[in-house]
Design a protein around this ligand. Structure first.
Ligand code: GDD
Ligand code: MG
Length: 345
């Protein structure tokens, strides 16, 4: 079974993290984000994943390589972004899609453990043109809203539309599509949005929903990145992460934190050091971060290689970019963004 993973977006909402690291490999609970999704695909029998990339494609390849737990990884690199449908057309034209059978497409920024096998089964049993996985969310504003009839048939596809939504069921970014959708409905040579140009076209022609109630989250904003981190640490989202400590925190290899207080719900990447009496609470440090003495980092993200001096305070929702240097005594205020490599304070 083959899957096309859409992972070429710029991840603008996760800046400054994505200025240096493309979203698919931004560390989530210490692992490249996409590896969670690849684990899930593999559990459901996918043995060949075609990663459709653009932004910083080489960096993704360098981290993930050509194989993941026995699953083959192939790469399709767009010169210009082709949107969420264009890559399917390019893959078909380049002979990178299987000759026959339906096509499985996933948005590469979702963490989930819903029953993909059941979705694939439903698609083949109903003979649908397309089957869209539908999650339930409280606030539908940043998603594609998908009302369905009692029969499961999709009534409309409403991508990020203002105003009250007709349902709380949204597009979870996992599609099974008949090959004809790619061949007949996706023009070549330009960016095409599957949500705005393709799905509305096939409403009424065999497009069905597959509603599910298991865990699902799109990690593409800082808030949701933190929420996904906490859910993984606390075990609300299933994963193959190492065991957490009694504070639901994860401290990776070769990090020195013995004089500090870590937790609850924190991640300390590899080769970090956190000095005496410093406190890391509900916060994430990527790899190679150094924090001095008597500093406090709460509900914030510190990217790879950043250095924090002594008596630094990093307040909730702040993000410190890779390699930035925060001087002793500085306060990084709530919601602040420190650019990669910047000197702060
Ligand atoms: N290859 C490639 N090329 N991938 C792209 C491109 C592109 O030009 N543009 C976006 N992507 C990838 C992103 O990397 C991401 O994995 C996925 O397509 C979806 O793009 P986002 O930018 O994250 O979209 P969104 O989260 O605002 O909305 C989409 O996902 C929601 C669910 O998370 C839509 O599909 C919504 O309908 C959906 O509800
Ligand atoms: Mg997204």
């Amino acid at each position: 079974m083959e899957a096309v993973v859409l992972a070429g977006g710029e991840g603008t909402r996760l800046r400054p993290l994505t200025l240096t690291t493309p979203k698919p490999v931004v560390p989530l609970a210490g692992r490249p984000f996409l590896s969670f999704m690849l684990d899930w695909l593999a559990r459901h029998g996918v043995d060949d994943a075609l990663l459709a990339l653009g932004y910083k494609a080489e960096a993704v390849h360098a981290v993930l390589g050509d194989e993941h737990h026995g699953m083959r990884l192939r790469y399709l690199v767009e010169e210009e972004p082709l949107g969420t449908a264009g890559p399917l057309r390019l893959a078909a034209d380049e002979g990178m899609l299987a000759e026959s059978g339906p096509i499985l497409v996933v948005n590469g920024d979702c963490l989930t453990d819903f029953d993909l096998s059941a979705q694939l089964r439903q698609h083949s049993e109903t003979g649908a043109t397309g089957t869209l996985a539908l999650a339930a969310v409280e606030d539908t504003a940043s998603y594609g809203v998908v009302p369905t009839k009692e029969s499961g048939e999709v009534e409309a596809f409403l991508e990020k539309q203002p105003g009250p939504a007709p349902t709380n069921r949204i597009n979870a970014g996992t599609y099974v599509l008949d090959r004809s959708v790619v061949d007949d409905l996706i023009p070549a040579g330009r960016a095409v949005s599957i949500e705005r140009e393709v799905f509305p076209e096939i409403v009424g022609s065999g497009l069905y929903g597959f509603p599910f109630d298991s865990y699902w989250i799109d990690i593409g904003t800082p808030d949701r990145y933190m929420e996904a981190t906490y859910d993984l640490l606390a075990g609300r989202a299933e994963s193959e992460l190492p065991r957490r400590d009694e504070t639901d925190s994860l401290i990776y290899d070769a990090s020195i934190t013995s004089g500090a207080r870590i937790g609850p719900l924190s991640v300390i990447g590899r080769h970090c050091s956190v000095g005496d009496r410093s406190v890391i609470e509900r916060a994430v440090l990527h790899d190679d971060v150094r924090v001095g003495n008597d500093s406090v980092v709460k509900e914030a993200i510190v990217a790879t290689g950043a250095r924090l001096g002594d008596r630094v305070r990093v307040e909730p929702d702040a993000i410190i970019g890779a390699g930035a240097v925060v001087e002793s005594g500085a306060v990084v205020e709530s919601g602040a963004r420190v650019e990669p490599g910047a000197a702060f304070g």
